[in-house]
Ligand binder design. Structure first.
Ligand SMILES: Cc1cc2nc3c(=O)[nH]c(=O)nc-3n(C[C@H](O)[C@H](O)[C@H](O)COP(=O)(O)O)c2cc1C
Ligand SMILES: [Fe+2]
Ligand SMILES: [Fe+2]
Length: 401
C-alpha cells in the first residue's frame, strides 16, 4: 500500500489538525482551524522534526507507528519550543527513551523546564550538519522567529526546509497536506493574519532569517502550520508574503478603525471613507472596533499603508476597544504608515488629545491635523472629514507616482 504520508523521498508528514480550538494562543479566532505539523525522515537513522499539541498525541503516535512499526526514532529535532509543537516531547521520550534530542543552546533549558525531560542531547549551532544516511541535515539558527530558541532544519538532498512557524498559516488541512493536491485559496489571507498577529513584532529577526536563507534553494517548505509548499509559484508567493510583511511593506489602501456607541463617530468614518473613494483609493476597509475581531484589524494594518483611527471620548478616555487596538498596533512595532485620526465628544473632549500619545509612539507620518466633533455631524465636520481623507489620498498617491 502506498503511504499517503509521503512528501518526497523518505520524508513523511505526521502532523494533526485542530478543528476544535476556537482560539489560537487563547486569543486569535480559528474559523478554518489550524494544523500542527510534524515530520518524520526515515533513513539509516530516523529523525522526527517537532511534535504536536499534547491533546493530539494519541492520533500522532499512531501515525508515526504506522510508518515505523516497532523501529525506534533516533533523533527528535526541536526547531521551536512553543507548546503547540513541543507539547508531545515528554510522551515521545516515554515511547522512545533512547531518543536523542537535537537543539541549540537555547533549547534544552526549555525542554527540561517545560517537560522535565533530560537525557541524551545533541547540541547544534549555526551551519552544523547531521547525516541520517542519504539525507543530510543542516541547521540554521533563526532566533526570535518568534521565540529565542527558534531554528530551521534544511534537508540538502531534497532541498526541503523545516522552517518552524516561519512560512506558517492558520487553516487546518482538509484532505491532503501538499499544496499541489489541495485548494490553497483560503490560506493566503490566513497567512497574513497568522504572521501579523503571531510573528508581527519580529520583522527584523524574520529579515535576518530570510537573508540567511537567501542562497538556500527551496524546493519544499515544511512549516509547522498549514500546507507543505512544493509548487514554485506558491513557494515564491509564501516567501514574498513573509518578506513584505517583515519589511512592513504595505499596499495603497486605508484601514479605518473606529469605536462607536451611538453612530456619531461612525458617521465621521463613513464620510472619510466616501471621500477616500472619491479620491480614487479603492482599497478601503472600515472596522468597527466593537465588532471586528482584533486579529483581522491587525492584519489589515499590516496590509495597507494608510491608517485612520477614530474614537469617541469615553469617561475622559479613548474608547476602550480603540485604546486596546492602539496598544496592539504599538506592540507589533509596525513601521512606515500614514496616519490620520479623529474623535467625538459631548462635554469635555479627551479622546483626540490622548490619541496624540499614539502618534508620538508609533512614529507614523501624520497626514493632517486631527478632527474633533461635538455631538453630531455638522457642515464643518463634513468638510474636516473630507480634508483628512484628501490629505491621506494625496500622501498615498505621492508614493505610487
Ligand atoms: C458612557 C459614556 C461616557 C462618556 N464620557 C464622555 C466624556 O468623558 N467626555 C465627553 O466629552 N463625552 C463623553 N461621552 C459622550 C460621547 O463621547 C459622545 O456622545 C460621542 O459623540 C459618542 O460617539 P458615538 O455616537 O460614536 O458613540 C460619553 C458617553 C458615554 C455613553
Ligand atoms: Fe510559535
Ligand atoms: Fe506554532
Amino acid at each position: 500500500m502506498e503511504q499517503k504520508t509521503k512528501i518526497t523521498g523518505d520524508i513523511h508528514y505526521v502532523g494533526v489538525n485542530d478543528r476544535k480550538s476556537p482560539l489560537f494562543e487563547g486569543l486569535w479566532p480559528l474559523p478554518y482551524g489550524v494544523s500542527y505539523n510534524s515530520y518524520l525522515i526515515v533513513d539509516e537513522m530516523v529523525a522526527l522534526i517537532d511534535t504536536v499539541e499534547i491533546c493530539y498525541f494519541e492520533e500522532y503516535i499512531l501515525k508515526i507507528k504506522k510508518i515505523l512499526g516497532s523501529r525506534p526514532i533516533d533523533y527528535l529535532i526541536i526547531n521551536h519550543m512553543e507548546p503547540d509543537h513541543s507539547g508531545s516531547i515528554r510522551l515521545i521520550k516515554e515511547q522512545y527513551p533512547n531518543i536523542i534530542i537535537v537543539g541549540n543552546k537555547q533549547t534544552f533549558g526549555m525542554v527540561e523546564g517545560f517537560y522535565g525531560v533530560t537525557g541524551e542531547q545533541y547540541l547544534v549551532g549555526d551551519g552544523d550538519f547531521l547525516k541520517l544516511g542519504k539525507h543530510h541535515l543542516r541547521f540554521y539558527m533563526t532566533p526570535m522567529v518568534h521565540w529565542p530558541e527558534t531554528m530551521m532544519t534544511y534537508e540538502e538532498t531534497t532541498e526541503t526546509i523545516f522552517s518552524g512557524d516561519a512560512f506558517g498559516t492558520f487553516g487546518a488541512l482538509n484532505g491532503g497536506f501538499i499544496d499541489s493536491k489541495i485548494n490553497v485559496s483560503i490560506y493566503w489571507d490566513e497567512m497574513v493574519r497568522y504572521y501579523s498577529n503571531i510573528v508581527g513584532k519580529y520583522g527584523s529577526p524574520v529579515q535576518r532569517a530570510l537573508t540567511k536563507l537567501a542562497d538556500v534553494k527551496l524546493s519544499n517548505i515544511c512549516s509547522t502550520h498549514g500546507p507543505v509548499w512544493t509548487q514554485k509559484e506558491n513557494i515564491d508567493k509564501v516567501v514574498s508574503i513573509y518578506n513584505d510583511l517583515s519589511l512592513y511593506n504595505a499596499k495603497e489602501g486605508v484601514v479605518i478603525i473606529y469605536g462607536t456607541m451611538y453612530g456619531n463617530t461612525e458617521a465621521m468614518a463613513e464620510e472619510i471613507a466616501l471621500e477616500l473613494s472619491e479620491q480614487g483609493i479603492k482599497d478601503i476597509v472600515l472596522h468597527n472596533a466593537n465588532k471586528s475581531d482584533a486579529s483581522y484589524i491587525i492584519a489589515d494594518v499590516f496590509r495597507y499603508k494608510g491608517l485612520i483611527v477614530g474614537s469617541p471620548t469615553y469617561n475622559g478616555q479613548v474608547y476602550p476597544r480603540v485604546e486596546a487596538l492602539l496598544s496592539d498596533i504599538l506592540l507589533r512595532d509596525i513601521k512606515n504608515r500614514y496616519l490620520g485620526y479623529f474623535g467625538s465628544f459631548s462635554w469635555a473632549s479627551a479622546a483626540v488629545k490622548r490619541m496624540g500619545d499614539f502618534v508620538t509612539k508609533s512614529k507614523f507620518e501624520l497626514v493632517a491635523d486631527p478632527i474633533e466633533m461635538k455631538h453630531a455631524m455638522k457642515p464643518i465636520n463634513y468638510d474636516q472629514c473630507s480634508h483628512l481623507a484628501k490629505s491621506m489620498a494625496d500622501r498615498l498617491k505621492k508614493d505610487s507616482k
